[in-house]
Design a protein around this ligand. Structure first.
Ligand SMILES: [Zn+2]
Length: 335
């Protein structure tokens, strides 16, 4: 009998089999070794059927006008080939979050519904960093706020969004809360800038575009010289003020959340490129503003990965290293 390996058909088959097995092994190793990502801007919310529509990324590439007696501009556009699907229940959302923690190796700073945050955190304590938001003094007294931050569960203060209340971030009614964060060494995320198309007409009559100007942070920062803040949404579209503010205040960082999947792609890249070009690649944090569409995580990571003007090192800084430094995390815990 001839040895089996002399049979040319069998030989080809074996070679193919080995090739397939090797590819399988190396892709398994790759998925194990996925580099860690920190998303500093995730919202935990209870599933809400009114807010559970499909969504097309970069939907603000078309912002048609409307009028007071016409139909209100739609906040989200679903006119694309593959709109992202919303999670339909709390359970579905939590499963998607846990999958992203594990498979995409994402650690998230999460603010919003306290019950939801607690559930996610107990399911994945190493991947969920709880954040406590406050945007006006009616929500919580300063003493209660200090209590909550002191018990150790919350590591971050945010999303602070006075702009939606028609208030400047330097408004004195918020000052004592920032004082607490400064005293406890808690980093703070403040919404500045972007609000989509027709925010003041649709849902937030008190919203003022002018209250998103990064310069409005200066008085507050001067009163709290040890406070570390990041400007959520990078003060979009006020890049000149953003650059000037970061130049004057070395503890100020920005995140890219929200605008990286809603505004036109070219516009996003022009904005991000400008910040990097101005020398701030070490001060940009990756964030999504994830609400109900889990696939937004991959969509948003893709924007950074495809930015051909960024070096590999800059991409890793934005996706991970800058957040480790800003949030005082231990990088070795992510290995
Ligand atoms: Zn925001």
């Amino acid at each position: 009998m001839k040895p089996l390996t002399n049979n040319p058909i069998l030989k080809t088959f074996l070679v193919l089999l080995i090739l397939i097995m090797n590819t399988g092994i190396s892709s398994a190793q790759e998925s194990k070794k996925r580099l860690p990502i920190i998303d500093v801007h995730v919202h935990a919310m209870k599933a809400n059927p009114n807010f559970a529509s499909e969504m097309c990324p970069w939907f603000l590439k078309d912002m048609p006008g409307s009028g007071p007696n016409q139909e209100a501009p739609s906040f989200i556009n679903t006119n694309c080939v593959a709109p992202l699907k919303p999670a339909k229940s709390d359970k579905e959302m939590q499963e998607a979050i846990l999958r992203a923690n594990k498979e995409l190796n994402i650690t998230m700073v999460v603010s919003g519904d306290a019950d939801v945050i607690h559930k996610w955190h107990s399911a994945a304590p190493n991947h969920i960093i709880p954040s406590l938001g406050i945007s006006n003094p009616e929500q919580m007294t300063v003493a209660a706020f200090k209590d909550s931050l002191s018990n150790g569960f919350y590591k971050v203060m945010g999303e602070v969004a006075p702009q939606y209340q028609g208030m400047s971030p330097s408004d004195m009614s918020l000052d004592a809360y920032f004082g607490v964060a400064e005293e406890l060494g808690i980093p703070v995320g403040i919404h500045m800038g972007t609000g989509g198309n027709g925010m003041a007409n649709i849902s937030s009559p008190k919203y003022r575009a002018s209250l998103g100007q990064p310069f409005l942070l200066e008085d507050m920062l001067a009163r709290h010289p040890k406070l570390k803040i990041w400007v959520m949404h990078a003060g979009y579209p006020m890049v000149d003020q953003m650059i000037a503010l970061m130049g004057a205040n070395a503890y100020v960082y920005v995140d890219l959340a929200g605008f990286i999947w809603s505004y036109p792609l070219e516009e996003i890249h022009a904005y991000l490129k400008r910040l990097v070009q101005a020398g701030f690649a070490k001060r940009i944090l990756y964030g999504t503003d994830l609400m109900v569409w889990p696939e937004l995580l991959e969509t948003s990571i893709g924007v950074i990965e495809n930015a051909n003007y960024l070096s590999e090192e800059q991409k890793r800084d934005i996706l991970f290293n800058n957040a480790v430094r800003f949030l005082n995390l231990d990088a070795s815990k992510f290995e």
